[in-house]
Write a protein that binds this ligand. Sequence first.
Ligand code: PEP
Length: 267
Amino acid sequence: MIHRMRDVVVAANWKMHTTPAEAGDLARTIAARTRVAGVTRVICPPFVGLAAVRDALAGSDPDVGVGAQNVHHELQGAYTGEVSAPMLVGLATWVIVGHSERRRDAAETDELVGRKLGRALDAGLRPILCVGEQLGEREGGEQEAVVDRQLRGALRDLGPDVLRAGGLVIAYEPVWAIGTGRNASGRDAAIMAGAIRSILTGLGWDAGADDVPVLYGGSVTSANIAEFLAEPSIDGALVGGASLKPDEMAGIVARAGLTAAARSAAG
Ligand code: PEP
């Protein structure tokens, strides 16, 4: 069943690309090419590009959300090179937490990801929580157990009410699909979206689990986005490499607009 209340979201994760000047220009270009009714667009540049993107969009397309790619789990202190949630207020309204590249490169644990999530929510930042299995785990049929562990670990100190009020979005991102050009199938992504909502139900979310947008991420392009959005349980995409290309973003958001329109008509 299509849940008509769920947002259709396309979030761009620019990773460690773009100088501040490039980020502002690219954000303006992408915003202009993706004005599609019903789609929530979010651009996540590097920290140093947040102000430039915010300013570029404020003058052209304030409907596009600005997101950070990470946030620290403490509010302040001796954490050289880090950025806390209160520091992001005014620069961003969204934040990615638990991206697999941070789990890999910064050894982020599920417990740490949960603390980041709490800081984001306290600061009024809308979180995109990333979960997903490694290739070996998929080959061993462990993908649901991995995501179960990740969600239980990250959400254990946060109740459904606070997470729903904060607009939690979950991105299912199989690690083997990120940046590899080897995307999951739409069907596999849909099975995992269903598993994610079942896990939330088991955590006491009950019917509220149906309200949480679940995105797919992993080598999404304008050529394969339709496969994911054909699945009613998938509510959009977290896009890495392709999100740096305005033509790609135009195609992805245009397809997302069809889903948004269909949901609105069904509602
Ligand atoms: C990502 O960075 O979250 C991602 C999904 O990257 P890519 O689209 O390049 O696989």
